[in-house]
Design a protein around this ligand. Sequence first.
Ligand code: 13P
Length: 347
Amino acid sequence: MELQETVAALFTLPKGILAMDGSPTTLGKRLAARGIEATEEQRRRYRELLITTPDLHRFISGAIFHEETLRQTLSDGTPFAQAARQRRLLVGLKVDQGLGPSPFHPKEEITRGLGGLRERLRAAKDRWGIRFAKWRGVYRIDRTEGLPTLDDIRIDSFELAQYARVCVEEGVVPIVEPEVLMEGTHSIEESARVHRMVWREVLAQLHQHAVPPEQVVLKASMVVAGSEYEGGPASSEEVAVQTLSALYDTVPDSLGGIAFLSGGQSPEYATANLDAMVRRGPHPWPLSFSFARALHQPVLERWGGNDAFWNEAQEVFLHRAHMAALARLGRYTPACEQNPQAAPCRI
Ligand code: 13P
């Protein structure tokens, strides 16, 4: 019961899940790209900016932390997990340990992190009250290289299911994230073909591991054309049709919910795509967002490491969360970007 309550809380309308679990390396690169020193202290400050944004709970139900964040505190000494809970956010933890080389193909990577997983989950639940976790598998599309390989899909799906099994046994909701990368020259049809293969295998493995689908959140990539596809990006309508049709073909109605990642899409595109999917509903599962870049890339640009822009950066962040929440309601329009307080855009 506890698990389904957590799922329901994560999908409370119109809120979504904030991904702020970028590893020191990934977040470090994003900071450095904006001319911000990639130190642990700058990562801490940036995360503080996000989590202390006033009114965040109106649009965000939970935040996914990197384990580094669990060890960090706000400037006033409050541990991050406590600060999130005080702000009515559920706390989640990324528990995979990143990517390592694959035995199947030199250009493929396998997610690591099953070692000690149960103990890590237990410790984080007891000490920090985490209610959900996240594990990300990654699949690269490259037809000339034959990627993703079937072996990679099988291994990553098997690991996702093992992780999910341990989570439900420990009373923690698993966010299962098989990300099919947008990077590449592939068409949207090719992306749909790979998504179907991946989702089918992940769901089959979850079934084999007796993981109840209603206790699982699928963190899905959207079916989009590759970022270097010669025909350019597909319309939001087409993204919605392709993504939904692949989901309806592969995912049971009983799944707890689906939260999309943004995967390098612009904030406006990711938001419009979610909105187009919601508008085609009702669907058997709640559709939501669990964006990282599409929520906080503009925030990083505004802040730039300069606290003179702290409040403005938080306003940019709340605006992005507001737009994504509108998409959850199927009420997002580009006009809301300019005039978020107009009646049709207010929540
Ligand atoms: P993006 O929205 O930037 O893809 O990040 C989501 C995420 O959590 C990746 O693991």
